[in-house]
Design a protein around this ligand. Sequence first.
Ligand code: MF3
Ligand code: CO
Length: 260
Amino acid sequence: MIFIKTEEEIELLKKACDLCSRTLGEVASWVRPGVTTQKLDTVAREFILDNGGHPACLGYHGFPGTLCIEVNEMVVHGFPSNYALREGDIVGTDCVVELNGFHGDSCYTFAVGEIDEKWQKLLDITRQSLYVGIEKALSGNRIGDIGNAVQTFCEKNGMSVVREMCGHGIGRSMHEDPEVPNYGRRGIGPKLKPGMAICIEPMINLGSKNIVIENDGWQCRTKDRKPSAHFEHTLLITEDKPEILTTFSYIEEALEKSKA
Ligand code: MF3
Ligand code: CO
């Protein structure tokens, strides 16, 4: 069942999304060679708790982190660990915050120092594909219009789209209906209506689309061990253009500062 959010619920959703975005801003200020992914996770957890939120992934069906940490060939649901980031890595940090009963969900993939040109293109195309999908998140369109746009854009640029993992509705639960695939046909699936809140989260591979799930049941890597990127926003369907409730602006500010 797809919930249409009330004005009051939308206000709460916005607050959760803002805390989620600010958390990733904090994380961004720590991304550099030598920093462990466990450190990034601790920074996120402490920031969320200090701001009255709850790290929604931590303990979710037994997940061991506040962040899903996605280094290089890790597609999704990577565990924080004592791995120290290296120059040339890419690292996705996927964060879900619960605040006052509502959830905000966002993911950003960082370059660690200087990275390979092809890997940079993967980051650029994946990030752009998120916005290509968001453009289709219009009242009256269908869920399939989003996935079709993401897939067409990524494949045109020589990248492949992971099939097994999808975006989703969001609200009082982290995962609500509908599922939001990053591929598929136009004109299929549920119709978008004002007041729906969804997460669009393309997971895009430089090599083939195939993935392997580890024996732990969580960590997903590309089958060919080539890199994968992941960006995500939470958004609200309106009468007009979608309203993007999470933002990368805190991340961008932090990255500018660490360059200076
Ligand atoms: N953004 C991810 C998702 O929507 C976060 C969930 S991670 C989990 O699936 F650990 F909580 F499952
Ligand atoms: Co999500």
